[in-house]
Design a protein. Structure first.
Length: 397
C-alpha cells in the first residue's frame, strides 16, 4: 500500500503558449525551434513554423492541413513554381506564389477516387458523390471542408498506422466547416440550400465515422442531444424551404435515384413493431406520451418492411430519415435515458445494422445496443431480446 510520502509530484516546467499547432494537437511541449521544431522533425510531419505550412497573412492551423504521407523538412517543402525555367523572373514569381496544400489535395483525390463510392451501391448515386458533390463544394468552403474531413476519416480507417494524423486533419477541417456553416444555417436561401443540405449529410457520416467510445449513444451523450443530430434535423428545414430548388437543381440526380428505389404504395404494419407497440402502450399511462411513442414506432414501419419483408437494400436516407421525423419530445426522453425511449432505439439498431456495409457505420448497431442493454433494468432488457438476436449481440452474463 502506497503512503503519502512515496508519492512524487510532477516535475515543474515552464509552459509554452507559442508552440506549433502540431505539438498542441499531440498535447506535448514544443521546443519552438524555427523553422521546424524538433518534435515535428523527429516525427516527420510538417511543422506550422515551416514556410510551407503557414499561409499568407495567417498562422491559423485551420488554413492548412499537412499531408500524412510526406515527411516534410525545412529543406524539402512543397512550393509551387509558376515558371518552369530558373531565372530571376521565375524565382520572384515562385517567392510570391502561395504554397500548394498537398495534404488537402491528397484528401480531395482520395474522396473522388475512393470515398465517393462508399456512400451508396447505386451507380447513379456513386457518380453523384464523385462528380457533383465536389463541384458544389467549390462553391461553398464549409461543404468542401466537410468533404476533406470525411476523406481524412476514411483514410484513417484504411491506414491504421497513420490514423491519428488523419483524424487530426479531419478535426481541423470539420471544426472550420462548422464555424463557416453555422451562420449560413440561420439564413437559408435558394443559392445556399444545396451546399447546406450536403454539409448536413456529410456531417452525419463524419460523426458516425469517428472512433466509438463508451457513453456515446450516437443520438445522445451525457444527457445532451448529439450535436450532429441537431444539425441534420436542420436538413428538414432546408427541404421545407427549398424542396423544388433542390430536386430540380444540382441535387436532382440524387433525389431522382432515391425516388426510383422508394416504395410509394401504402404498407401494412410490421408485426414485430406491432408487438413492440403493444408492450409500450401497456406501460404508458398518459395519452400524450402514448401518442409520441406510437408515432415514433410508425416512422420505422416502412424501412422495416423494405429490409425484412421485401429484402430490399436500405440506403442511408431510408434509415436516417427516421431521425428527421421523430418529435423533439422523443429526443428529450432519450437524453434523460427513459427506458421506453431506449427500447425503441434498440429496434432502430436493427436498421442501423443494415447499413454496416458502409465503413463509417461498422460496429454502431452493436455498440449502441450493448450500451442500451447496460442502461436498462432486467425487466426492460427482455423487451429488446428480438433486436439482440437480429444483430447477433451477445449480452454479458
Amino acid at each position: 500500500m502506497r503512503t503519502s510520502t512515496s508519492v512524487r509530484g510532477r516535475r515543474s516546467h515552464q509552459k509554452s503558449r507559442r508552440g506549433c499547432q502540431q505539438c498542441k494537437l499531440r498535447k506535448v511541449k514544443c521546443g519552438e525551434e524555427k523553422p521546424s521544431c524538433t518534435n515535428c522533425t523527429r516525427h516527420g510531419v510538417a511543422c506550422s513554423f515551416a514556410p510551407s505550412v503557414q499561409t499568407e497573412g495567417s498562422s491559423s492551423h485551420h488554413d492548412r492541413s499537412p499531408s500524412c504521407n510526406q515527411a516534410t523538412t525545412p529543406q524539402d517543402n512543397s512550393r509551387t513554381m509558376l515558371s518552369g525555367s530558373p531565372g530571376s523572373d521565375g524565382q520572384s514569381q515562385a517567392a510570391a506564389a502561395p504554397d500548394l496544400a498537398i495534404g488537402d489535395l491528397e484528401l480531395l483525390h482520395h474522396f473522388t477516387t475512393s470515398t465517393a463510392y462508399t456512400f451508396s451501391r447505386h451507380p447513379v448515386l456513386q457518380s453523384f458523390w464523385r462528380v457533383e458533390v465536389p463541384q458544389i463544394g467549390f462553391t461553398a468552403p464549409y461543404t468542401l471542408r466537410a468533404i476533406l474531413a470525411l476523406s481524412a476519416l476514411h483514410l484513417a480507417n484504411l491506414r491504421p498506422d497513420k490514423s491519428q494524423c488523419y483524424i487530426a486533419q479531419a478535426n481541423i477541417h470539420h471544426d472550420a466547416a462548422l464555424k463557416l456553416a453555422t451562420p449560413e444555417m440561420a439564413n437559408i436561401t435558394p443559392e445556399n440550400s444545396a451546399p447546406l443540405f450536403l454539409f448536413s449529410a456529410l456531417s452525419t457520416f463524419i460523426w458516425c465515422a469517428k472512433p466509438l467510445k463508451l457513453g456515446n449513444f450516437l443520438l445522445w451523450e451525457n444527457h445532451e442531444i448529439a450535436g450532429w443530430l441537431v444539425l441534420i434535423r436542420g436538413t428538414g428545414t432546408i427541404l421545407d424551404f427549398a424542396d423544388e430548388t433542390l430536386k430540380n437543381g444540382p441535387l436532382a440526380s440524387m433525389f431522382s435515384a432515391r425516388a426510383r428505389n422508394r416504395m410509394c404504395e401504402p404498407v401494412p404494419p410490421h408485426q414485430i413493431l406491432e408487438n413492440l407497440r403493444h408492450l409500450v402502450m401497456q406501460d404508458v399511462p398518459e395519452a400524450h406520451m402514448a401518442q409520441i411513442y406510437s408515432s415514433v414506432i410508425d416512422e420505422m414501419n416502412r424501412p422495416f418492411i423494405m429490409c425484412l419483408d421485401r429484402n430490399l437494400r436500405l440506403e442511408t436516407s431510408d434509415v436516417f430519415i427516421w431521425l428527421l421525423r421523430v418529435p423533439h419530445e422523443f429526443l428529450l426522453l432519450l437524453k434523460d435515458y427513459q427506458p421506453l425511449a431506449m427500447v425503441i432505439v434498440g429496434y432502430f439498431c436493427v436498421l442501423l445494422h443494415q447499413l454496416e456495409w458502409m465503413w463509417c457505420m461498422k460496429g454502431w448497431s452493436t455498440h449502441l445496443l450493448s450500451q442500451i442493454y447496460n442502461q436498462l433494468s432486467p425487466a426492460y432488457r427482455a423487451w429488446i431480446r428480438w433486436p439482440i438476436e437480429q444483430i447477433g449481440f451477445l449480452p454479458p452474463r
